[in-house]
Design a protein around this ligand. Structure first.
Ligand code: MG
Ligand code: MG
Length: 247
């Protein structure tokens, strides 16, 4: 789906709200803080900006952010009883709706001092995201995104999650087509100006395997090793990729 200038402007606004949530939640992440507090801070930003949440009540999801610590890959439910500790890493994924248009983005950050491996995992995952974003140009094939992500992650000795992928985004958070974070064996759709995607590599320090927990949401690494997740919402433009989820 190609979005016109008016639609892109609404998505730009939604993206900025998501970026504000990132800034506000990063500011409270420290040892001793619960993941429920991250959700409260995010709700505060959505309220202040008059934005809707595309996470709350999504298939029954009970919060406006996903908070996924350490070996949790994605979809963690914020909780008063999950308390961040020195040395943890935490992935925060959230979205916003402005005038019916969606933004979606995620980051992973260390809690206090973290291990060298954790630092490298977060750096490489974010680098892989930007390598993927750089492929979002008119005339390119969509699956070049995943090829670029995979190349960066695997060159660093890490692995890319297969079961959860990025997506087109617009008047719904999850639109077709999907955006794999690996080369799926074919080029996929040809990119055109006005298309908007959420690119979101999940990179594991160990193997790529995933396990879903009994809460029906939380997804963890099969081998118990760390996982990081970075995401932006990006438009394909004639001048190259435009990242919406930034301030
Ligand atoms: Mg997301
Ligand atoms: Mg997403």
């Amino acid at each position: 789906m190609r979005r016109n200038a008016e639609e892109l402007d609404k998505m730009r606004k939604a993206g900025r709200v998501v970026a504000e949530i990132h800034e506000a939640t990063r500011a409270v992440i420290r040892p001793g803080v619960s993941t429920a507090e991250i959700d409260r801070v995010a709700r505060g930003v959505l309220d202040k900006r008059g934005a809707g949440s595309n996470f709350l009540n999504y298939h029954g999801f009970p919060a406006v952010v996903c908070t996924s610590p350490n070996a949790m890959i994605v979809h963690g439910i914020p909780s008063e009883t999950v308390i961040l500790e020195e040395g943890d890493i935490i992935s925060v994924d959230c979205g916003a709706i402005i005038e019916g248009y969606h933004g979606d983005a995620a980051y992973t950050v260390g809690v206090g001092e973290v291990s060298k491996e954790a630092t490298r995992l977060m750096e490489v995952t974010e680098q892989s995201l930007f390598a993927g974003i750089d492929q979002l140009r008119p005339g390119n094939r969509l699956h070049e995104v995943g090829r670029a992500v995979q190349e960066v992650a695997e060159a660093a000795g890490f692995s890319v999650v297969r079961e959860y992928v990025g997506h087109a985004i617009g008047t719904a958070m999850h639109e077709e087509p999907q955006v794999p974070n690996y080369w799926p064996g074919s080029g996929g759709p040809t990119l055109k100006t006005g298309m908007v995607f959420a690119v979101e590599p999940m990179v594991n320090a160990g193997g790529a395997g995933t396990v879903q927990l009994d809460d029906g949401w939380s997804v963890v690494t099969a081998d118990g090793r760390l996982s990081a997740h970075f995401e932006h919402t990006i438009a394909v433009t004639d001048d190259g990729p435009e990242v919406f989820t930034v301030l």
